[in-house]
Ligand binder design. Structure first.
Ligand code: DX5
Ligand code: ZN
Length: 218
């Protein structure tokens, strides 16, 4: 089974955004993870359409958009216009999750469901077969550079079991606090897509950092 790396642009130096995206383009990154935060669903505001408009001008890697916002339905069409590979919405922020997932897929984009660390994986039972990806949060969403929550390993395993039991093709993305030390355990637990922000952008050589990460699993 292939594994993928999705560097989170949240940890980039936004004063040099074009340059940093070009480094990701040259690296072996599979996606660019785009964290959108509204200051309501999470206690932080990241960036909105103006920045993503600039980002897509330079990005040659497919986008993996993670929406940490309330009521995402009203913005799905706009995010889908960037032609990302994935748009993920949080189970905790969607009143009608099945409708939201179908809305994303109607625009030809793969749909992900993100789950916060406190949310029981069993709540995915009725949605996993309709999802292209389950995004297991391994930190409380809102900030880059946080510590990996160890219990996430068990949650990844439970997600894997659920996907298998439903014969679903959904991939498992894991997001938050991943570095070169804990990545093996995370892959072992069943992750398919690894998000990494701080662990990649804190290094002066971003290309080498992405490629080293990727060599962990291929
Ligand atoms: C947290 C975001 C993550 C974060 C990952 O709310 O969803 O994508 O940027 O960054 P690190 O790898 O630094 O935890
Ligand atoms: Zn994210």
């Amino acid at each position: 089974m292939a594994h993928f790396i999705s560097p989170s642009i949240l940890s980039a130096d936004f004063g040099r955004l074009k340059e940093q995206i070009e480094l990701l383009n040259e690296s072996k990154a599979d996606f660019i993870h785009v964290d959108v935060m509204d200051g309501v669903f999470v206690p932080n505001i990241s960036f909105g359409f103006t920045i993503i408009d600039s980002l897509v001008k330079y990005a040659k890697k497919p986008l993996d958009i993670h929406l940490m916002i309330v009521d995402p339905d009203k913005f799905i069409e706009r995010f889908a216009s960037y032609k990302p590979s994935y748009i993920s919405v949080h189970i905790e922020s969607c009143l009608h999750l099945n409708r939201t997932i179908n809305l994303i897929k109607d625009f030809g984009v793969k749909a992900g469901v993100a789950v916060n660390p406190h949310t029981s994986i069993s709540l995915l039972d009725e949605i996993v077969s309709d999802s292209d990806m389950i995004l297991v949060m391994s930190v409380n969403p809102g900030f880059g550079g946080q510590k990996f929550i160890q219990n996430s390993l068990l949650r990844i395993q439970k997600t894997k079991e659920l996907i298998t039991s439903k014969c679903s093709n959904a991939l498992i993305e894991v997001d938050g606090g991943i570095d070169n030390d804990n990545i093996y355990a995370i892959l072992e637990a069943g992750a398919d897509i690894i998000v990494a922000g701080n662990a990649i952008f804190k290094n002066s050589d971003i290309i080498a950092s992405v490629n080293n990460f990727r060599e962990n699993f291929n």
